[in-house]
Design a protein around this ligand. Structure first.
Ligand SMILES: Nc1ncnc2c1ncn2[C@@H]1O[C@H](COP(=O)(O)OP(=O)(O)OP(=O)(O)O)[C@@H](O)[C@H]1O
Ligand SMILES: [Mg+2]
Length: 435
């Protein structure tokens, strides 16, 4: 690793670029492996494409298509298929050109913002402010705009990750209103398409919405290894130069992703990362060795993102384990140690509450469930039972991510009192050891 004070070594950036341009070429079109790339062919989605095409075809004649839902696990091509069909529909030689308003409810996440987004997209101006107007006023304005601007055409409203909206306050209400738009429109017609990877979310839908949205649904099954191979082969043909992929590479990526419930996104991500690692190493071909490395990197990125997204208290539990392991790697960590260290370090950060032993135990279980630590229960005879806690991933990864958390980076050199040999803790008071 290069250190800033290592003045004897100088990275020659010009030479680096020269070598890079002269070096072997792996990618022909790396964009083809981007998550947003819409391929010309979607293998193993014929049934769903046909179903959606049949449901939406009447839009070309100006009739209102039914509203429907698309279900399936993550990475099964729901978003890609809807986008693909919408493009194809737009390319048809018809006088009527349907409108498609695509909303990801994870990004545009409140009922108000969804209405504002629909309005502003159709009007092509930011006419509705981000907050402030009563909902019924926006609704009236939206109906007027649909009739005047979309006129006799069809407006498809695609609500991707619709389950997030349903869980929000007022979510069911706005969905109900959107499924009934046609009753209040004079010229234009609308159709709602909901997409979700939460298979059970229909149970949380208002029965009135279910009747107009949930009756028709399209299921996206998870891909098996051989289907993933076809998807990857198609994409690799565009993305990579000829003969750069070793023949076992695509089957390997497909097999790895098939184990993770057949997620095509994972498979493509793995292939892309393996290609990038080979490119960085100036290799002429991408071998399975790069897939293994890519897998490790992806897993590490995933764990780091997961830890960054945890509540601060859970991050502090992790910090407590980290501090004990850092200052004494041989110390056997039990739940009580974590309670002690957490009490110490939470005092170093303003506004952080003391946690009960019960709550700390819950956090330990959550971290164990996520595969970050192991917490084996051990009997201590008369003293009851405790958990023996260890990291299940490298401490270097934990250190790297904790350093990136603002509130925590300042306490990473705090040596826990239980490891300070000259101090002893008695009934929550710290005394200097006399012997
Ligand atoms: N049959 C397929 N052919 C080609 N590429 C596919 C196919 N299915 C999925 N993909 C690709 O896999 C990636 C993930 O697909 P997509 O985003 O459509 O998944 P999704 O079902 O919407 O997942 P999520 O529920 O997480 O949103 C995309 O890059 C997409 O292009
Ligand atoms: Mg999606």
């Amino acid at each position: 690793m290069l250190k800033n004070h290592d003045y004897n070594y100088q990275f020659n950036i010009d030479k680096f670029y020269k070598n890079y341009l002269k070096g072997p070429k792996i990618f022909n079109n790396r964009n083809a492996l981007d998550p947003s790339y819409i391929p010309e062919i979607l293998p193993h989605r014929d049934v769903q494409i046909k179903d959606i095409a049949e449901k939406t075809a009447c839009a070309l004649l100006g009739d209102a298509p039914p509203s429907f839902l698309c279900y399936g696990q993550t990475g099964t091509g729901k978003t890609a298929t809807i986008r693909y069909v919408s493009q194809k529909l737009a390319q048809q030689n018809s006088e009527i050109k349907p409108w498609w308003i695509y909303i990801n409810c994870n990004v545009v996440s409140t009922p108000y913002r969804i209405l504002a987004h629909i309005y502003n997209t159709i009007s092509r101006e930011e006419k509705i402010p981000p907050t402030g107007l009563p909902k019924d006023i926006i609704f009236k304005k939206l109906l007027g705009l649909l009739d005047s601007k979309v006129k006799d055409s069809i407006c498809f409203l695609v609500l991707d990750e619709i389950d997030i909206l349903v869980d929000k306050k007022g979510g069911n209400e706005i969905l109900y209103d959107l499924t009934r738009l046609n009753e209040n429109l004079d010229n234009c017609k609308s159709s709602l398409i909901g997409i979700s990877n939460k298979l059970k979310f229909r149970n949380s839908l208002d029965p009135r919405i279910l009747s107009s949205l949930g009756e028709e649904h399209i299921v996206f099954h998870s891909y098996d290894a051989s289907e993933l191979r076809d998807i990857l082969n198609e994409r690799a043909r565009i993305a990579f130069h000829e003969h750069v992929l070793k023949e076992d590479l695509i089957p390997l990526c497909a097999a790895v992703a098939a184990k993770e419930h057949g997620d095509a996104r994972k498979a493509l991500q793995l292939l892309r990362k393996a290609g990038e690692l080979a490119e960085r190493a100036q290799s002429k071909i991408v071998t399975s060795e790069y897939v293994e490395k890519a897998q490790e990197e992806i897993e590490r990125d995933y764990i780091m993102e997961f830890i960054k997204g945890l509540p601060l208290q859970a991050q502090l539990i992790l910090t407590s384990i980290y501090l004990i392991s850092k200052f004494n790697p041989d110390h056997i960590i039990i739940s009580g140690d974590i309670y002690d260290v957490h009490s110490e370090i939470r005092g170093l950060i303003p506004g952080i509450r003391q946690l009960t032993k019960r709550r700390i135990s819950d956090y330990i279980n959550e971290l164990a469930l996520a595969g970050i630590i192991t917490a084996d229960v051990k009997s201590m005879g008369h003293y009851g039972r405790t958990k023996i806690i260890k990291f299940d991933i490298g401490i270097d990864i934990i250190e790297k991510v904790l350093c990136e958390i603002d509130k925590i980076q300042g306490i990473l050199n705090h040596k826990p009192i239980l490891l300070q040999t000259d101090k002893v803790k008695l009934k929550n008071n710290i005394f200097k050891k006399l012997i």
